[in-house]
Ligand binder design. Structure first.
Ligand code: TRP
Length: 379
């Protein structure tokens, strides 16, 4: 059996540059590496509904946004199966069987779920007028195990916050295989390589980019939007004058540069200053950092540099997105076909699972055996 990837995102908003450095960029590289036989990328609408039951419209609207973001970043439907989770009903069936292999206590220990329950204010008692935790939300790690195992994925590229889900999936696989016979594949997590990419902070320096904090740069933002956001970015509050020494650690502009800057950006940016009063004489990010630490490098200069660096990556994405936006029937057709392909694969795994659990009563040949076996009892 070959190497298989499955990963995905909840469609609760447009994707931002945190998603890009944390996962999308890597997915495109993996897709083009030729090292994987199959790649599935799922729009996890059913999972998004576990904490948006009262707002299905939000989820529905964002499916196309996420699909457009995926494809404009370079996910290619010829190489990667893009699909919508809810259209693969086999996943819910698998979830139901896996639920018997997981305890409530084990789910309660899942640190990501614990944190998310706090964050969403679900932690109240669940009595009348109190939020409480939706059962579906509480169980989503189990449904995630279904997503991964349905495709026999051995590699799951995700951020570190997803580590507990992969661990839980591995436990479910081991439990299933030891109880019913070896059927499922135990997946491995694939974390982002670069520390700055693990979690890109928001433009305000807060730990996470989040729509509700309004501190995101979206892949679909215009060049003007990006510049406005970069100009307003958090740097070093102690760096008041250009001549002041500045801090690089915890300075969001540098964190973004760490994530996006490539060697070729220096020559390109230098050229932009030809004939101007100021110049940009650096050849590496280390040189820029050194100067900033010493003093004599202003925030406007590093913000201008970051803006150029970001747009170098974002401009081709924006262009592709514009083209795709003009051809929505094609994008929906990609999702429809992808969902059909995904469904066929998941159906095979579900059949394997039912066979292993011996609940495939009506499979060809099985019924005859079953009748014979039961007739013995009544002889
Ligand atoms: N939980 C993931 C997120 O919030 C989305 C997701 C659902 C997923 N099922 C998955 C990721 C299976 C990897 C594998 O982004």
């Amino acid at each position: 059996m070959g190497k298989i990837i499955l990963t995905g995102d909840r469609p609760t908003g447009r994707l931002h540059i945190g998603h890009y450095v944390g996962s999308l960029r890597r997915r495109v590289e993996l897709q083009n590496s030729g090292k994987f036989d199959k790649i599935f990328v799922m729009i996890a609408d059913a999972q998004a509904l576990t904490d948006n039951a009262d707002n299905p419209e939000k989820v529905r609207q964002n499916i196309i946004e996420v699909a457009l973001d995926y494809m404009s970043c370079g996910l290619d439907p010829e190489k990667t199966t893009l699909f919508i989770q809810s259209q693969v009903s086999e996943l819910t069936e698998l979830t139901f069987f896996y639920m018997n292999l997981v305890t409530v206590q084990r789910l309660q220990r899942n640190p990501t779920v614990k944190q998310e329950i706090q964050l969403r204010g679900f932690s109240d008692s669940g009595e009348e007028n109190k939020a409480g935790t939706p059962v579906g939300f509480f169980c989503y790690p189990i449904s995630q195990a279904a997503d991964i195992t349905a495709f026999k994925a051995d590699t799951v590229p995700v951020g570190e916050d997803q580590e507990p889900m992969i661990e839980q999936t591995r436990e479910i696989v081991r439990k299933f295989n030891s109880t019913y016979g070896v059927t499922l594949v135990e997946p491995e997590i694939m974390l982002p390589e670069n520390a700055a990419c693990l979690r890109l902070p928001g433009t305000d320096g807060k730990a996470k980019m989040s729509k509700s904090l309004g501190n995101c740069i979206y892949l679909s933002d215009s060049a003007e939007d990006v510049w406005a956001k970069v100009k307003g970015m958090y740097t070093d509050p102690g760096h008041l004058q250009v001549s002041d020494p500045g801090k690089v650690e915890g300075n969001t502009v540098f964190t973004y540069l760490d994530a996006f800057c490539k060697p070729e950006h220096f020559a390109k940016f230098r050229e932009a200053f030809i004939g101007k009063k100021v110049s940009f004489e650096f050849n590496s990010l280390d040189e820029v950092k050194e100067q900033y630490r010493k003093g004599g490098l202003g925030d406007m200069m590093i913000k201008n540099f970051l803006n150029a660096v970001l747009n170098d990556t974002l401009e081709p994405i924006r262009e592709r997105r514009k083209e795709l936006e003009k051809n929505l029937p094609y994008v929906y057709e990609v999702l429809r076909k992808g969902s059909e392909t995904a469904r066929a694969v998941a159906a095979e795994t579900l059949a394997d699972v039912k066979r292993s659990m011996k609940i495939n009563y009506f499979d060809p040949g099985v019924l005859d055996e079953l009748i014979k076996e039961q007739e013995e009892k009544y002889k």
